[in-house]
Design a protein around this ligand. Structure first.
Ligand SMILES: Cc1cc2nc3c(=O)[nH]c(=O)nc-3n(C[C@H](O)[C@H](O)[C@H](O)COP(=O)(O)OP(=O)(O)OC[C@H]3O[C@@H](n4cnc5c(N)ncnc54)[C@H](O)[C@@H]3O)c2cc1C
Length: 381
């Protein structure tokens, strides 16, 4: 039941950004006695129920269901990457505490290996100290020449996280509901529609992945193959000279293994194609040998394909939009509501999720102070 009288924050979107933000907003309200009557409502057209291979279906835009996913830090060589790096470090810290609180949440600590045919300067300059200081991830070690797969010139390993994305998002949604969160199933035509979807909305958080008619938003097509393999206990990523990628991401918690993958900006094709599928499966053979010959206790097995998947990463020129948009006239009782935008996470939504959620919480705190001031002013009129 939604309490009609409760002041409400509406979050649009039930992807990893909307869910993490909604949980952080609940914490903000819990910690502020003056907001004890407030509630958070998630409005979304799709919800985390996906089990690839079962007859459930999600659109390719619902990125959080298709993500591998793993945490893979990228050197901070641009302003956007530096900001994302800060969010990643906050996320790693939160993942640590989530795992301490319970380990059946779709999140697993696992070794990661990265190898490169032509690494950029940022990767070449990395050291164990700088890597841990920048990401919070431990166990960094550069691979020796003998350990590198054919054709690669640099490689390293570290302790990272693999996420079974549908399971993890389902867990976040359950936590949100247990903490009093409410849900509305709806397809919104505009952000403004969210402000009247339930009574007494105070402001809206737009975590809709691709936003609403933002010309800076574009898809990065991701073609991956979900297999039934359970023999991998690490994730490995290979960046090739021609810009292509090969990666293996175990989806722990009975989710098989993701064999990837493509990163194709502005590519709107919806269907998987057999040539790419073949390239991914063949390309991974070398990595497979490498991973399994380096201490994994499991044996190779015959992999079979559960599903060829295409998902769209919700990218945005300049990176994630994180800001409050104020309506024209905030001092009028009839004006539109402020909107806190948090969309356009691109290919990194899981690994930056808790950093973004903490920024959403900070912005929400400042917005609530401002709304209280405006209400005080209007009451005195
Ligand atoms: C193949 C692939 C591999 C990936 N691998 C990784 C990885 O290894 N690590 C990583 O960190 N990230 C990875 N990603 C990226 C990650 O999936 C995204 O960054 C992340 O899921 C974005 O989350 P989001 O919540 O912003 O958007 P989404 O997950 O797309 O969620 C958007 C939500 O908004 C709702 N919505 C949208 N429009 C409306 C509307 N008009 N009305 C109502 N509801 C609406 C949707 O229903 C959905 O619930 C990968 C993505 C792909 C496709």
């Amino acid at each position: 039941m939604i309490h009609n009288s409760s002041p409400t924050i509406v979050v649009i979107g039930c992807g990893v950004i909307g869910l993490s933000s909604a949980l952080s907003l609940q914490e903000v309200l819990r910690n502020d006695k003056s907001k004890s009557s407030w509630q958070v409502v998630i409005v979304s057209k799709e919800w985390p129920t996906s089990i690839p291979g079962a007859p459930t279906h999600h659109s390719i835009e619902y990125s959080s269901m298709w993500a591998g996913a793993h945490v893979r830090p990228i050197p901070g060589t641009t302003e956007q990457l530096r900001q994302e790096g800060l969010w990643l470090k906050q996320t790693v810290s939160k993942f640590n505490s989530l795992l301490k609180a319970g380990n059946q949440i779709g999140l697993a600590l696992a070794p990661a290996i990265e190898v490169f045919e032509a690494p950029g300067n940022g990767y070449k300059a990395q050291t164990a100290e700088s890597f841990e200081a920048d990401s919070g991830l431990k166990g960094y070690r550069e691979l020796t020449a003998e350990e590198l797969p054919n054709g690669t010139v640099l490689g390293f390993e570290y302790e990272s996280y693999c996420i079974n994305s549908p399971v993890y998002c389902g867990d976040l949604l359950r936590k949100f509901i247990i903490a009093g969160g409410k849900t509305i199933n709806a397809t919104l035509r505009s952000v403004d529609e969210a402000s009247i979807i339930t009574p007494n909305v105070q402001f809206v958080v737009n975590a809709s992945g691709i936003g609403f008619n933002d010309s800076k938003v574009f898809p990065i097509r991701g073609h991956i193959v979900l297999t039934n393999s359970t023999c991998f206990d690490k994730t490995i990523t290979r960046q090739n000279m021609d810009g292509t990628w090969n990666f293996i991401i175990p989806r722990f918690f009975s989710g098989g293994t993701v064999i990837g993958g493509t990163k194709e900006p502005h590519d709107w094709r919806r269907q998987p194609d057999s040539a790419t599928c073949h390239r991914l499966i063949t390309g991974v053979q070398d990595l497979k040998q490498h991973v399994l010959s380096n201490g994994s206790p499991s044996q190779p097995e015959n992999m079979s394909v559960i599903q060829e998947i295409v998902g769209r990463r919700p990218a945005r020129e300049g990176g994630l939009r994180l800001e409050i948009e104020f309506p024209g006239n905030m001092n009028s009782t009839e004006s539109k509501l402020p909107v806190l935008h948090a969309y356009g996470a691109g290919g990194r939504g899981f690994e930056i999720s808790w950093g973004v959620a903490e920024s959403v919480a900070e912005l929400a705190r400042s917005l609530m102070v401002k709304l209280d001031q405006i209400k005080g002013r209007l009451a005195r009129l």
